[in-house]
Design a protein around this ligand. Sequence first.
Ligand code: DSN
Length: 482
Amino acid sequence: MPEQPLSTESAAFRAALDVIRAVEPRVADAIGQEIADQREMLKLIASENYASPATLLAMGNWFSDKYAEGTVGRRFYAGCRNVDTVESLAAEHAKELFGARHAYVQPHSGIDANLVAFWAVLAQRVEAPALEKAGVRQVNDLSEEDWAELRRAFGNQRMLGMSLDAGGHLTHGFRPNISGKMFDQRSYGTDPVTGLIDYEALRASAREFRPLIIVAGYSAYPRLVNFRIMREIADEVGATLMVDMAHFAGLVAGKVLTGDFDPIPHAQIVTTTTHKSLRGPRGGMVLCDDSLKDQVDRGCPMVLGGPLPHVMAAKAVALAEARQESFRDYARRIVDNSRALAEGLVRRGATLVTGGTDNHLNLIDVASSYGLTGRQAEAALLESGIVTNRNAIPADPNGAWYTSGIRIGTPALTTRGLGVAEMDEIAGLIDRVLTEAVPGTTGKGTPSKAQHALDLKVADEVARRASDLLTGFPLYPEIDLS
Ligand code: DSN
């Protein structure tokens, strides 16, 4: 057989690893091991994906060395013309892809994007009126007394966000996060029977609490959110609607979520990460209407350090990819796969929070289905070659650390090309492991929420089957590092 010519991608990554290996071989080895591990594992973490080689390569270059505080054409440093090019490209692609009026692509992560959004709203709704009242243009011109009053006002604002156990996110006003220290937060939950957001309860809570900001969006809610109703409620109580679409941005980009379920036409401000279902580099982004554009553009230096131009370059590449027709097909397949996984699990007797899914994720109630905590289930699945994460479920009897849920998502496996038939088989593998696993005991023989026991033979058989299944769907088939 004649030897296959080396692909461009293989040559590029091999050369990069050779250069790294010459300086610190252990780093090169760890990078090589990471792709080997990812190729072997059945990755069901709902917030992870596999970025394209072009996206990955766009991050490893000289842009990393450049400071570029400010915005396009208005930098605090000289020599930013190439950074301006990639930042403009990323923003243009984002605006076109999502139909947004304005895009700010500098946030380094989801929390950064949320902080930019919170402070943009605070600047618009709290700071601007205070400046106007004092008859000055900027905060440096305020008297000490007026400044002290404004700082008190910043610390005295309210936010309404989804509760953590209903699937909300720590950065939506919870105490361990800075957002909870900034805002007086109240949560909305889900209906105890259906598990769905109860919009009338939310409306009643908003009427009573009168928040400055209502945050919609989630990291573990398996259904759709009606952003038209959320905006109606926000308008009624004088709140700004902010949507954190980090988890489902890929479904918005791929036009699976449209109309009432597309946040862009309804929210004044939308944040996202770029690395989850959107399949870009690790990072964040803010989209907004014209009313908040100027405040959002002050994200750096307001809450961000200098932008990461190498990551903005990769965002531009990934967003260009997401504008291709094939991305719509990808987004549709994510949801088809998620539904197939749900059906396979329910058919085998598992209980899912809300009974199923409309998006990219499912939440298995492993306590009522299998008598396990989330932590035990997560460990048993990992032993069997299936990577998931534990997650609280509504009114979780095991609390936020051990939890009673396992969250599973399909963006990553869909990127590898797995389809609904494979999802049904994976549901069978998950069900087998969780049926066979039993709660363990502590060293003193008392029941443990952390330990579990699983027959090694079962774990091995499942891991082997998972690995065989993945062989038919190679990860990065164009990259050969051997
Ligand atoms: N870590 C992300 C997730 O897993 O949902 C959110 O921050």
